[in-house]
Write a protein that binds this ligand. Structure first.
Ligand SMILES: Cc1cc2nc3c(=O)[nH]c(=O)nc-3n(C[C@H](O)[C@H](O)[C@H](O)COP(=O)(O)O)c2cc1C
Length: 377
């Protein structure tokens, strides 16, 4: 019976994969990437608004297996694959994302003020490099609107609320920046399961000032004054020096930060995995070019903290092997965006099913047993 279910899901995924590769993707990749993103958001909202389309989506994409379920910080995760921040910027897709097979979702990043983002164009595909160049600049409806909309909402999967500093000249001043983060944090503090402070957006006025020790110390001091039951995670860049990572880890201990999301877009346009020509001068890079640097960061943080900080691994996950590598390096959970765009939405189910196979092959009964196995300290 179990074998039949697994075989059916594999066939279903393969059929959707072929349809995506040969029909949908060629049509989508001919259109402007931001327009496609917007249309997918509208389509996702429509699918979620009707019981039948919602359960049909579930039928096409869902996969579950107890081997993948974990309780982390008292929160139940049915599987370890989450949607990374930046796809559902205004939290419009929280009802459909679980039906596409994700085990959790990070909404945002959400800022203190509503933010129109950087001028268009601000999203490009690097087809050969399996990557995107992202220059959105934190476009979102702002914490006031979004928190009002989500206030009484219940969610089917854990929701992580990513907050960032409004992308404007006014928040370049450090104190103003901290005030802006604190406003968004306060408004979002009782929504979802985990708060994420994104200190690594590569596309905002003033750069990434909170990777600096003193500034991050001041930011976390202010955040900690606001009482919330939700654990806090930080999302960091893959371009940090060892010294910067060590400082961040120190501050995580000082302020009881429970986890790190490793990692955001890279700013390094000389990354050897970028093989396309004509790379836009602006923006951060996602996908395959971020994979190795994110993996190195995961391994380093896991070793350095002896597994005491929860790590969410993100960057360049396109299949189960990619996800498994991050888990074995120390990630308890993983996230993706670019893989879903290049391979299709069935990739979430494919990754989950593939993970079960890989875990069983290595003799593990549950995913938690594999975390950090390749980063022994
Ligand atoms: C279109 C797009 C928008 C993004 N916006 C955000 C954001 O608002 N906040 C954030 O923390 N990360 C953002 N990211 C970074 C992703 O969350 C992720 O860290 C990065 O893309 C690497 O994962 P991937 O290779 O699976 O895409 C964005 C990425 C993409 C592709």
């Amino acid at each position: 019976m179990i074998k039949m279910k697994e075989a059916f899901i594999k066939t279903r995924n393969n059929s959707i994969k072929l349809g995506y590769k040969y029909l949908l993707k060629p049509a989508l990749f001919m259109q402007d990437p931001e327009k496609v993103h917007d249309r997918f958001t509208i389509a996702g909202e429509k699918l979620a608004s009707n019981k039948i389309t919602k359960s049909t989506t579930n039928l096409f994409f869902n996969y579950s297996n107890p081997v993948l379920s974990q309780k982390i910080l008292g929160i139940n995760f049915i599987n370890p694959v989450g949607l990374a921040a930046g796809f559902d910027k205004d939290a419009r897709l929280t009802d459909i994302i679980p039906k596409v097979g994700f085990g959790f979702e990070e909404i945002g990043s959400i800022t203190g003020q509503k933010c129109l983002g950087n001028p268009k164009p601000r999203l490009w595909r690097l087809k050969k490099s399996k990557s995107l160049v992202v220059y959105y600049g934190l476009k979102n409806d702002g914490a006031e609107d979004i928190s009002k909309r989500l206030k009484d909402k219940s969610f089917d999967i854990p929701i992580l609320t990513s907050i960032a500093k409004t992308n404007s000249k006014e928040t370049v001043n450090k104190q103003a920046g901290i005030k802006d983060y604190a406003k968004a944090y306060d408004l979002m503090k009782s929504i979802g399961s985990i708060s994420v402070i994104n200190i690594s957006c590569p596309n905002a006025y003033g750069g990434q000032p909170f990777h600096d020790r003193e500034s991050l110390d001041n930011l976390l001091k202010e955040i900690k004054k606001i009482k919330s039951k939700k654990p806090i995670f930080l999302k960091i860049s893959p371009d940090l020096t060892k010294q910067q990572i060590d400082n961040i880890i120190d501050l995580c201990h000082k302020y009881e930060i429970k986890g790190l999301i490793c990692s955001n877009l890279t700013k390094n346009k000389n990354n050897p995995k970028i093989i396309d020509n004509d790379i836009p001068k602006v923006g951060g890079i996602s996908g395959k070019p971020t994979e190795d640097i994110s993996n190195e960061l995961i391994k380093y943080v896991y070793k350095k903290t002896q597994g005491k900080l929860i790590i969410i691994g993100v960057g360049g996950i396109f299949n189960a092997e990619d996800a498994y590598k991050k888990i074995r390096y120390g990630a308890s959970l993983v996230q993706l965006i670019t893989g879903m765009i290049f391979i299709g939405p069935q990739v979430i189910s494919e990754i989950n099913q593939g993970l079960v196979k890989l875990l069983k092959k290595d003799g593990f009964n549950n995913i938690s047993q594999a975390i950090g196995i390749d980063a022994k300290y």
